[in-house]
Design a protein around this ligand. Structure first.
Ligand code: ADP
Length: 190
């Protein structure tokens, strides 16, 4: 059973590491950012509702994020665990996730926090802007997202600090090196 949350600033490589870890552990990787982008791409009613918020670097309302995640975690493939990337992001979402997990009488295994400095992050996001063309990878929006993350991180770490599940890992360097640090922190064999 592996129920892991991945946290860290935008552009730190959360998605890359979450997907690698998920295939290593053979559990699904659930990225709320990807799930929301899919809704926007498909122009679903939800997608149309959140498109402008996302494009300007603002959060989707808690209730929408909570419902999406609760729905996803009810699917059978999460029975043996999951890697959740991008959720929870607010204290209210922490409580919503607690309720979902408590309803199945399960607990989080660990929270992996990827750390990186601000200038490295900005460099990576601007590089990703060139590669992927995401609407929220522009200099002003990146600034907003980094500020939003700083506030979010303080709130989330406060919620989880006394549960003994936070594992801080240096997110800089080659993805292989970061993956190795994560495995070590989780006491997994590569
Ligand atoms: P990043 O971590 O690179 O900023 P994500 O792909 O995790 O990007 O998220 C992109 C956007 O999706 C966020 O800026 C926000 O608008 C929305 N989003 C993702 N997860 C959540 C969440 N848990 N609560 C609210 N909004 C979210």
């Amino acid at each position: 059973m592996t129920r892991i949350l991945m946290m860290g600033p935008p552009g730190v490589g959360k998605g890359t590491q979450a997907s690698r870890l998920a295939s290593h552990l053979q559990v699904p990787w659930i990225s709320t950012g990807d799930l929301f982008r899919e809704q926007v791409r498909n122009e679903t009613p939800l997608g149309l509702q959140i498109r402008d918020l996302m494009g300007s670097g603002h959060y989707v309302p808690n209730e929408i994020a909570d419902e999406l995640v609760a729905h996803r975690l009810a699917e059978l493939d999460t029975r043996d665990g999951f890697i959740l990337d991008g959720y929870p992001r607010t204290a209210a979402q922490v409580q919503a996730l607690d309720r979902v997990l408590a309803a199945s009488s399960v607990h989080l295994t660990a929270i992996v926090v990827l750390d990186a400095g601000r200038s490295d992050i900005i460099e990576r996001l601007l590089q990703r802007a060139g590669e992927q063309g995401r609407a929220d990878d522009t200099p002003e929006v990146i600034d907003r997202r980094l500020q939003v993350y700083a506030d979010e991180a303080a709130e989330l770490f406060g919620c989880y600090a006394d549960r003994g599940v936070l594992l801080h890992v240096d997110g800089m360097g080659h993805p292989d090196a970061v993956a190795e640090r994560i495995w070590k922190a989780l006491e997994l064999t590569p």
